[in-house]
Design a protein around this ligand. Structure first.
Ligand code: CAA
Length: 289
């Protein structure tokens, strides 16, 4: 779906019409009920998705996750966008899958409908995704953050997989991604006790890369997005593909893939421009080609 931003007056008219219909923000041509979607950064090159279901602490109901997928699709198609930030509120990034929505589900419904499988979209987009986590990132909220490529945390953030307290286990990658991120002992402890870890503990264990004061978290995440977006999109995608392969392949296979992708960069104009600019002592101007 081509993402286009209409003239200011048209946007205002549409936003007014949509707010009457109960939608909260409008920018990609689609009305969203559970998220706010904008482009941020000086060059408007960072796609920004804010989970916006405050009364339920951003519990990830089906509708919300479908909207996140839609917004990601739109940003993938938008050639101006070079990175995406997903955030929540100061109180909650997301308090998990929607327990009220799940409460009466049967095994047959879960199995036949492959419940939660569409959440995977977040981990398959080509553009880098940064999670900016303030407040609770619990259950599916922690899993959503871990589907992103980089996690930044506000200093009061709390991460946890409390599904065990509900008589279930993580179902959106928690047992797998958490274990790869923090190692077996801490992952086991979190999954089997339901205990949360603080932003500082999350940083220490490698779950998040940086911790910021609450009010600086989102601006810092956008800054990181802008930094990535300034590089060649095609080379950034190769870098992301190579790092992600480390979670799937043996060292030999991973190194082979890395080498092939490294060689592939030599087929691009941007590799040539990057090295030429260095030699000519000027800033590279990447064309994403
Ligand atoms: N689903 C649905 N509603 C939720 C929710 C969730 N995961 N988390 C919070 N809410 C709702 C509460 O029901 C409450 O709604 P009402 O006002 O209508 O009662 C509202 O959000 C505010 O919540 P609290 O009153 O509980 O707020 P609090 O500040 O006292 O506590 C909290 C905050 C510790 C996060 C607590 O809400 C909590 O423990 N939430 C559940 C966390 C959880 O168990 N997450 C895992 C879900 S299962 C999962 O995610 C499976 C998976 O792997 C994908």
């Amino acid at each position: 779906m081509a993402m286009f931003f209409r003239s200011a007056s048209l946007v205002v008219r549409q936003a007014t019409a949509l707010s009457l219909a109960g939608a909260r923000r409008y920018s990609t041509g689609a009305p969203y009920q559970y998220i706010l979607v904008e482009k941020k950064g000086e060059k408007q090159d960072v796609g920004f998705i804010q989970l916006n279901r405050p009364k339920a602490l951003n519990a990830l109901c089906d509708g919300l996750m479908k909207e996140v997928s839609q917004a990601l699709d739109a940003f993938e198609e938008d050639s101006q966008v070079g990175a995406i930030v997903i955030t929540g509120s100061e109180k909650a990034f997301a308090a998990g899958a929607d327990i009220k929505e799940m409460q009466n589900r049967t095994f047959q419904e879960c199995y036949s409908g492959n419940f939660l499988s569409h959440w995977n979209k977040v981990s398959t987009v080509k553009k880098p995704v940064i999670a900016a986590v303030n407040g609770f990132a619990l259950g599916g909220g922690c899993e959503l953050a871990m589907m992103c490529d980089i996690i930044y945390a506000g200093e009061k953030a709390q991460f946890g997989q409390p599904e065990i307290l509900l008589g279930t286990i993580p179902g959106a990658g928690g047992t797998q991604r958490l274990t790869r991120a923090v190692g077996k002992s801490l992952a086991m402890e979190m999954v089997l006790t339901g205990d949360r870890v603080s932003a500082q503990e999350a940083k220490q264990s490698g779950l998040v890369s940086k911790v910021f004061p609450i009010d600086q978290l989102v601006p810092e995440a956008i800054k990181c997005g802008e930094k990535i977006a300034a590089h060649s999109k095609i080379i950034v995608a190769m870098g992301k593909e190579a790092v992600n392969a480390a979670f799937e392949l043996t060292l030999t296979e991973g190194n082979r893939l890395e080498k092939r992708l490294f060689h592939s960069t030599f087929a691009t104009d941007d590799r040539k421009e990057g090295m030429t600019a260095f030699v000519e002592k000027r800033k590279a101007s990447f064309q994403d080609k």
